[in-house]
Design a protein around this ligand. Structure first.
Ligand code: HEM
Length: 412
């Protein structure tokens, strides 16, 4: 936000975000609600000079329009300013445009449809309860460490990929480093994830097909030149699934617990009325939107809300801010379990809209159901608050100390 006519925010958390904006700054992550409100009010297209310079768009309508217009706003230059658009470690279908991107989405879509995902409900519930069993006798835990960080990986690796669970801690640590580690370490994280998944694909290609998602990736699609997708593109698809599905769902599951622990009246209503739960999950997804922002690059000189943008400049679409746009949501920072939202912008909009949304929703709903049943008096540990952080791309909760009446294990 360097243009001279812009107002200042005054200091929020020790930083003037209108003159010195940075998506990665702790002054932003520690004062998220306040900064988002200020941006909506005074600066819908923000400018940052961090990471070589980028724009940030926060309005619901602007984010939605850019998300749809892939001809003007390409994904091929990478999803954040530090990426170059070169071919050595990419995310597919995130960092490609239609029509190649459309062919991959069509190929993978059937494994992520609501019907396909519903078939995983029992497996998800079993995983939820196995995790709760590990701490229910203690009466307290750090929810992120004990639950939220584990469920998405267990579900994704056991139900979607069939990767050995023993490898999960390594993969999770490498994915964390890639997505939210220090900027200079992120490429190393991607390389580790890519090497592991390339090995897994090579091994699966030698085995009998199982008719699963991995076999569909191995079958592949044709490139825009009509050639079969090269092996490396298949690795990029696997890496994207992992990058897109772990930290995001961890934050959502942390958000569910934080909400229930701090809103006992809503928790009671949800316990009494299961019909309210899908709407409540949708609201938690909106308010605890885990994608802070993802990038597009202008393919020509253009403008957003009157702000000229030059060809080649990067624009970060802030889905988390758009999901709190006061022009679309009354009391945007509040979770209203009776609110009905036609479009959850937290999952994006247009051709790149989240392919894993139904999987994330089902994990959140199942976790909520089992928490209401087994941890009905969940609350924050005495005098404790969650610790939030974020990177350019994701919002994260590092710790969430909770307590509850101890209960009995249910699985052996
Ligand atoms: C709360 C959970 C989640 C949130 C908030 C979320 C959010 C998003 C958003 C905002 C996008 C749009 C990207 C863009 O516009 O550039 C996206 C794309 C994507 N998501 Fe998710 N996601 C979640 C869970 C998942 C899960 C569980 C998976 C997979 C298992 C997944 C895989 C992907 C992939 C592969 C893409 C790229 C799609 C494409 O480019 O065509 N996500 N997600």
């Amino acid at each position: 936000m360097t243009t001279s006519e812009r107002k200042t925010t005054g200091e929020i958390g020790g930083r003037d975000h209108f003159t010195d904006f940075d998506l990665d700054s702790k002054e932003f992550s520690e004062n998220f609600d306040e900064v988002v409100s200020a941006v909506h009010q005074g600066c819908p297209v923000a400018r940052s000079e961090a990471q070589g310079g980028y724009w940030v768009v926060s309005g619901f309508d602007d984010v939605r329009a850019i998300g749809q217009d892939w001809q003007t706003w390409t994904n091929t230059n990478g999803y954040e300013p530090t990426r170059s658009g070169t071919d050595d470690a990419r995310l597919y279908p995130l960092e490609i445009d239609p029509p190649y991107q459309t062919r991959w989405r069509a190929k993978l879509g059937e494994y992520f449809s609501p019907r396909a995902i519903r078939s995983n409900k029992d497996s998800i519930r079993r995983n939820v309860n196995e995790l709760i069993d590990q701490f229910i006798e203690d009466g307290e835990c750090d929810w992120v460490d004990a639950f939220a960080a584990h469920l998405p990986g267990r579900v994704f690796f056991s139900t979607m990929l069939g990767v050995p669970l023993d490898d999960l801690p390594y993969l999770q640590a490498a994915a964390d480093q890639a997505v939210r580690g220090p900027v200079e370490d992120r490429m190393e994280g991607w390389n580790k994830v890519g090497a592991y998944l390339a090995g897994y694909l090579e091994q699966r290609a030698k085995e009998e097909p199982r008719g699963d998602f991995v076999d569909a990736v191995l079958e592949g699609v044709t490139t825009d030149d009509g050639e079969p997708a090269p092996f490396m593109h298949k690795v990029f698809v696997m890496v994207d699934m992992l990058a897109g599905g772990l930290a995001t769902t961890t934050f959502l599951l942390s958000g569910i617990a934080h909400f229930l622990a701090t809103h006992p009246e809503d928790a009671r209503r949800l316990a009494d009325d299961p019909g309210l739960r899908p709407g409540a999950v949708e609201e938690v997804i909106r308010v605890y939107a885990s994608i802070l922002s993802l990038g597009r690059t202008a393919t020509k000189d253009t403008e957003i809300a009157g702000q000229p943008i030059r060809k080649g400049e990067m624009v970060m679409l802030s889905y988390a801010a758009a999901a709190r746009d006061p022009r679309h949501f009354a009391n945007p920072h509040e979770i209203d379990i009776t609110r009905r939202i036609p479009t959850n912008i937290a999952f994006g909009y247009g051709p790149h809209r989240c392919i894993g949304s139904h999987l994330a929703r089902l994990q959140a709903l199942t976790a909520m159901e089992e928490m209401l049943r087994r941890l009905p008096d969940l609350s924050m540990a005495e005098g404790q608050e969650p610790v939030f952080s974020h990177s350019t791309v994701t919002r994260d909760m590092d710790t969430l100390p909770v307590r509850f009446t101890p209960g009995a294990k249910e699985t052996s």
